[in-house]
Design a protein around this ligand. Structure first.
Ligand code: NAD
Ligand code: MLT
Length: 524
């Protein structure tokens, strides 16, 4: 089997890979087109942050089993495309935590005491003791956005400097925050009260520009902000404006939207100190992450489970091949069921029938939870945080298995219940495609599409026509339609696949059609 290492990796990691007996190819600095070519025939790809593993690279991969990221952030990997193709994406979550936390503290202190500016001044033969008056950390408030590994370590170190810590992290309980000596609050409250603010979240749709002009407008003029996480969490233009106009006192930035940030305004202000993405650049961290990822890749290629996959629990590649359509089916079914129930729910039940019941389906169950919770919590739910989120929201998750299945080799049902109501979505896999075959009592035959309207209605004449007319009038193209097979006069479901999102007002109009009881959109 072949391992391609496409970013520089410390010798300690390379040596482990080579000693494992696999064919190790080191080829760094590849363009996307070159990687698309090189990836063919490769079983494992080892990267740091330089390689962009795009959907095209994943599409071109014909043997790839694992993408191993020596480091934390996997924002340079199209994880969704990899998951769809059954490729494990693993990172090394712990190897560089301390280095990144220490770098954050170094940036905070360097900024508080103007160390880079003073150093440059003295080197140019100046002796400007008054110009570089600093501030103490002691007695100040540090706001930490993102209380994961690095955020928690930064908070711990800041407490040793006698700082008070405010924190924001929607996935951390009051209890856990309290045990770390952190008071939980909102991002806005942090911005109002903190003397120093540091961000330690991944870059996601939710965290992109979480610190923007609105947040800078409520900060103290003495506030100072640090980003050693990912470029784009702080809006770079708004940051420059805030520092330049004196809205805040300074910034310390290690990571940028474009790296290197050639020509960026952030390099032009002497109140902004910068480093070239050095958070993890210590001898110790680079050895740690290289060793960790080398062992992870070897484990997966040897058919053992992955230990630090970010897209799935430990799953062997052969099993992944079998279960991957059911993973997709479970997520889609969870989304549909949670949308159709239309109320808060406290139970997700996953039932497996036939061959699939004999497999390790933990990832499939996770996918159902992820899909269902995304409806309520948003796209931030992933395989890693889904079970914890379900628990913290009081949602009970259960699994049922039976070796027998009547019509298909394997069938799964996701049932979401709460408030005296429940919705069941049953489906199966046809090769790599997935098909919904029943929603509650209504039999259907739906290959899920990106946008689907689910309309409960009474099975009677002149319901479908007016619904289609409303969509047509609103320039919404219908690409497919299914109606649940029931007796005339009975309630059933209509599933309309459309090519674009459907505005709320149009959904509302559908419910004015005589016989339509409700209309909801599910986007997958
Ligand atoms: P982590 O997964 O342990 O912690 C991230 C935390 O962010 C989690 O607690 C999560 O709940 C929280 N979070 C997620 N969405 C949030 C939101 N919308 N608002 C607030 N909090 C949210 O990750 P980590 O190891 O602590 O890494 C943190 C960041 O640092 C990542 O972006 C990582 O890529 C980056 N990093 C940078 C360097 C560097 O060289 N500068 C080195 C290591 C890590
Ligand atoms: C990480 O996410 O691990 C850091 O940004 C360090 C790196 O990219 O090497």
């Amino acid at each position: 089997m072949k391992i391609l290492v496409s970013d520089s990796l410390s010798q300690e990691g390379l040596a482990i890979l080579k000693e494992s007996g696999f064919d190790v190819i080191v080829d760094t600095g590849l363009s996307e087109d070159q990687l698309v070519e090189k990836i063919k025939g490769i079983d494992a790809l080892v990267i740091r942050s330089g390689t962009q593993v795009t959907a095209s690279v994943i599409e071109a991969a014909d043997r790839l089993k694992i993408i191993g990221r020596a480091g934390v952030g996997v924002d340079n990997v199209d994880t969704e495309a990899a998951t769809k193709k059954g490729i494990i994406v693993s990172n090394t979550p712990d190897g560089n935590t301390l280095s990144a936390a220490e770098h954050t503290c170094a940036m905070m202190m360097a900024m508080a005491r103007n160390i880079p500016q003073a150093c440059a001044s003295l080197r140019s033969d100046k002796w400007e003791r008054n110009k570089f008056m600093g501030v103490e950390l002691s007695g100040k408030v540090l706001g930490v956005v993102g209380l994961g590994r690095i955020g928690a370590e930064v908070a711990k170190r800041a407490q040793a400097f006698n700082m008070t810590i405010l924190g924001y992290d929607p996935f951390v309980s009051e209890e856990r925050a309290k045990s770390m000596g952190i008071t939980l609050t909102t991002v806005e409250d942090i911005c109002r009260k903190a003397d120093f603010i540091t961000v330690h979240t991944p870059l996601t749709k939710e965290t992109k520009h979480i610190i923007n002009a609105d947040m800078f407008s409520v900060m103290k003029p003495t506030a100072r902000i640090i980003n050693c996480a990912r470029g784009g969490i702080i809006h770079e233009g708004d940051l420059f404006e805030a520092v330049n106009s004196g809205k805040i006192a300074g910034a310390a930035i290690d990571v940028f939207v474009e790296e290197p940030p050639t020509g960026s305004d952030l390099l032009k202000s002497d109140k902004i100190i910068v480093t070239p993405h050095l958070g993890a650049s210590t001898v110790e961290a680079q050895v740690n992450v290289a060793i960790d990822i080398a062992y992870e890749v070897i484990r997966v290629l040897n058919g053992e489970g992955a230990k630090s996959a970010v897209n799935i629990p430990a799953v062997r590649p052969e099993l992944m091949e079998i279960i991957s359509p059911y993973v997709k089916l479970a997520e889609v079914s969870g989304k549909i069921a949670a949308t159709l129930i239309g109320t808060s729910y406290d139970k997700i039940e996953q039932a497996y029938y036939g061959e699939i019941a004999g497999k390790d389906v933990r990832t499939v169950t996770l996918a159902a939870i992820k899909g269902a919770l995304q409806v309520a919590v948003g796209p931030g739910v992933n395989y890693v945080n889904a079970p914890g989120l379900a628990k913290s929201r009081g949602v009970e998750v259960s699994e049922k298995k039976s070796d027998t299945s009547d019509e298909y080799a394997s069938v799964l049902t996701v049932t979401v219940s709460g408030g005296g109501k429940s919705v069941s979505v049953m489906g199966t896999a046809v090769g790599n495609d997935i098909k919904i075959i029943q929603i509650d009592k209504s039999r259907v035959d739906v290959y899920p599409s990106a946008h689907m309207i689910f309309a409960d209605h009474i099975n009677k004449p002149n319901v479908i026509g007016p619904c289609c007319q409303i969509l047509g009038e609103n320039n919404i193209n219908i690409s497919g339609m299914q109606v649940g097979y029931v007796k005339i006069g009975d309630p059933t479901i209509m599933v309309i696949s459309v090519d674009s999102d459907v505005p709320e007002a149009v959904l509302k109009r559908l419910t004015t059609v005589d016989g339509v009881l409700s209309a909801k959109i599910v986007a997958i």
